[in-house]
Design a protein. Sequence first.
Length: 359
Amino acid sequence: MAAVECEKLCPEWGCTDPSEYRGVWVVGELDEEAGTISEYSLQLLTPARMVADKRGTWVEGVLLGYDRGALERAAREMIYHGADRVRVLYSERLKPYNAEVYAKAIARTAERYKPEVVFFAATMRGRELAPYVANTLRTGITADCTQFDVDKDGNLLMIRPPFAAILLAYIKTPNRRPQMATARPNVFPTPPRDESRRGEVVWEDESLLEGIRPRARLLKVRRLERRETPIEKAEYVVAGGRGVGTPEGFRMLEELANLLGGVVAGSRKAVDLGLIPHEKQVGQTGKSVRAKLYIAVGISGAAQHVIGIRECRVVVAINKDPEAPIFRHADYGIVADWKDVVPLLIQELRKLAAERGRR
Ligand SMILES: Cc1cc2nc3c(=O)[nH]c(=O)nc-3n(C[C@H](O)[C@H](O)[C@H](O)COP(=O)(O)OP(=O)(O)OC[C@H]3O[C@@H](n4cnc5c(N)ncnc54)[C@H](O)[C@@H]3O)c2cc1C
């Protein structure tokens, strides 16, 4: 981009020279309690590899934390799943997690090594860190991407549904580097794990943390007890919409989900009606699920809903309207009142469970 045009576009920040930036980064997220890397970070190695191949560059993982063993294991996992190199910043000063410290440390690492692209998973932590890092680096960020590509000039195309999800927005950051994006969990498949893959693990020195002092201090962390599998991890999901209509209806869906060993979810209308909590909403402003079986009950199939079920293996729709759009996205469709179908499914599954118990 011409300097004059660039000055006009961002007088405060100016342009960066893209030729100084190489490599595609995936910032990996560690589950400190389990000592493992998040599946959603590994999923990002799929678009990272595609973009790196198109750009003729490499894929790097970036990990921060205070548990050396967990970091080592996570670095290996990133390499087994496709990273060429993993940069690890290990320090006792990174305990406990603090967004300000982590974001500044990632930004400094990026300033040192100049990646052209930085990806974060759009988890709670990723959504907190990524804009912080982008702002520190004075670059743009696109949240909740569902696809990526590279344009003819080598810019990253960050593709996401805009507000109404009927169109796709193609967004790029042509005049600043790095180009930063978050991607929704479960939108990209996890690359195959190959233990024979080799890569480099680089332990960064603690000087990257010099002078970083958090303005807020974490005094105590209290974990909320989670008894149920979150919908984005469940293999069987029974989702209800406005057509289910009442708490009693949702209790029936819950019974069906229990018999399948799965969980209940719902559409945004179901959330708006107070029938399920927002954390169980499927879709554009909810979560993406990748169940083996997704049963949509009384859900019309709006674009903003079905965007969240693209990765499901088998979709069954139950709707009394034969014209409901959900049938276009379903492998099996049942045109009926759910009140006639769901009790039958429950009855059959109970029978099966009893038979198994007798054997
Ligand atoms: C910016 C934006 C973001 C959004 N994000 C999301 C999102 O993340 N997730 C989401 O779900 N929506 C989202 N929406 C809302 C979305 O557009 C739809 O309004 C919503 O998905 C519809 O929910 P529904 O299918 O439950 O209800 P409806 O569209 O009202 O459909 C109800 C369905 O139930 C069927 N039905 C009724 N009674 C029965 C019965 N007895 N038996 C069988 N079938 C029956 C009807 O035929 C109908 O098809 C978003 C909208 C916007 C503008």
